[in-house]
Design a binder for this molecule. Structure first.
Ligand code: PRP
Length: 176
């Protein structure tokens, strides 16, 4: 592996987060929505987004994982921490860092829908549509990325690189 290269610099991430925040505020202002951050990858995005939205809301966390140590999804989504509170009548916004195959979000939206929220929306900072295995509707989309292995701004490779302030990509030396 070689050093990560910048794909989306921090200034562009900031502008994108502000735009998403405006869209969410326009739609959900006054509803005291519940934002659900999907750990671990979405934690940096969620921390910035809730401050940019800057209106009354609640924040909760769900922990899902399917990639383990590799760069390919295992295809099996594991729930490591679920939601304990009632979602009945709540306006829920799921915060995802990246939608890749779509398996994680597909599993997650079905799980949350069973809890009968008043509204269920998906906000994804990044979308990698070239790898999609199942269809996904993204209500608030940040940016579309090419089929590269993305790291940084919360996103890992083998638990590394989450701390990078820019969104970067890594590739094998042979391809780079
Ligand atoms: C990553 C990412 C998304 C998911 C997207 O999570 O944070 O949740 O994969 O991939 P998919 O669309 O192919 O399902 P990961 O399973 O690596 O766990 P992490 O968030 O703890 O890094």
């Amino acid at each position: 592996m070689i050093a990560p290269r910048v794909l989306i610099p921090r200034d562009e991430i900031k502008k994108t987060v502000l735009r998403l925040a405006r869209e969410i505020r326009r739609d959900l202002s006054g509803t005291n929505p519940l934002f659900i951050c999907i750990l671990k990858g979405s934690v940096v995005f969620a921390a910035d987004l809730v401050r940019a939205v800057n209106m009354p809301l609640e924040l909760d966390f769900l922990c899902l994982s399917s990639y383990g140590c590799g760069t390919e999804t295992s295809g099996r989504v594991k729930m490591r921490l679920g939601i304990r509170q009632s979602l009945v009548g709540r306006h829920v916004v799921v915060l995802e860092d990246i939608v890749d195959t779509g398996l994680t979000v597909n599993y997650l939206m079905a799980y949350l829908k069973r809890k009968r929220p008043a509204g269920l929306r998906l906000c994804a900072l990044l979308d990698k549509p070239s790898r999609r295995r199942v269809p996904v509707d993204i209500d608030y989309l940040g940016l579309t990325v090419p089929d590269r292995f993305i790291v940084g701004y919360g996103i890992d490779w083998n638990q590394n690189y989450r701390y990078l302030p820019d969104i970067c990509y890594i590739e094998d030396e042979g391809n780079g």
